[in-house]
Design a protein around this ligand. Structure first.
Ligand code: DX5
Ligand code: ZN
Length: 229
């Protein structure tokens, strides 16, 4: 059965980079549904993060779902490396090259779930012809590259995607600026997966992991309260 319930995917871009193993265990113990890994190449986006060996090292600690978000171009030469590194879901940007259709086929052929990410400046229609070959659409609510940026409203785009998806088993994930104020807007528009970096990790550490739990609960509670209203 396709799971459209709310899922929180903390981005380890906001974790302590010297302590990923314990950070991943801490967020999972505190109730994270998925672990979001932001891969950046210094070319598609103006920042550099993790290659396949780093992602393979994270895998050893992830017990839930490892959700790998590629902000790289080109994508296709690296798909097998991220499959070997243990990604469960591999998401590539529709803007990353001229052959997003081929990229989605290649991700599934490598045994992973396929995600397509879409930048704030790209219309929903850009992914229309991919709907039958993806498991997830990641709607960026910031311009990708950095954590802690200000949320850009994409409510109309999410609503449009939700109706384009119909009853297909496709998740809508929101990435950027998710917190207790912005998350309810996106869930109301049709999202089921919320990536959150700074809003989950702020104020906590591996020695005070309960703060991560409190931060995630604040997001869930805000979503439930908005639904009940
Ligand atoms: C942005 C990344 C995000 C980022 C989210 O390029 O794709 O996953 O870590 O961070 P916050 O939640 O701090 O906006
Ligand atoms: Zn991301």
């Amino acid at each position: 059965m396709f799971d459209r319930s709310l899922k929180i995917a903390p981005s380890i871009l906001s974790a302590d980079f010297a302590d990923f193993g314990r950070e991943i265990r801490a967020i999972e113990d505190q109730g994270a549904d998925w672990v979001h890994v932001d891969v950046m190449d210094g070319h598609f986006v103006p920042n550099l993060t993790f290659g396949p060996p780093a992602v393979a090292a994270f895998r050893k600690h992830v017990k839930t779902v490892m959700d790998v978000h590629l902000m790289i171009s080109p994508v296709d030469p690296y798909i097998d490396a991220y499959a070997k590194a243990g990604a469960d879901i591999l998401t590539a940007h529709v803007e990353a090259g001229p052959h997003a259709h081929r990229t989605m086929q290649a991700i599934r052929a490598a045994g992973m779930k396929a995600g397509v990410a879409i930048n704030p400046g790209t219309p929903a229609e850009a992914v229309e012809h991919l709907l039958d070959m993806v498991d997830l659409i990641c709607v960026m609510t910031v311009n990708p590259g950095f954590g802690g940026q200000k949320y850009i409203d994409m409510t109309a785009k999410v609503r449009k995607l939700r109706s384009m998806i119909g009853d297909r088993p496709v998740h809508i994930e929101i990435d950027g600026g998710m917190d207790p104020t912005t998350a309810p807007l996106m869930v109301a528009a049709g999202a089921d997966v919320l990536v959150a970096g700074s809003a989950v990790f702020k104020g906590g550490s591996v020695s005070t992991p309960e703060v991560y739990g409190t931060n995630m609960r604040a997001i869930r509670d805000a979503v439930s309260a908005a639904k009940a209203a």
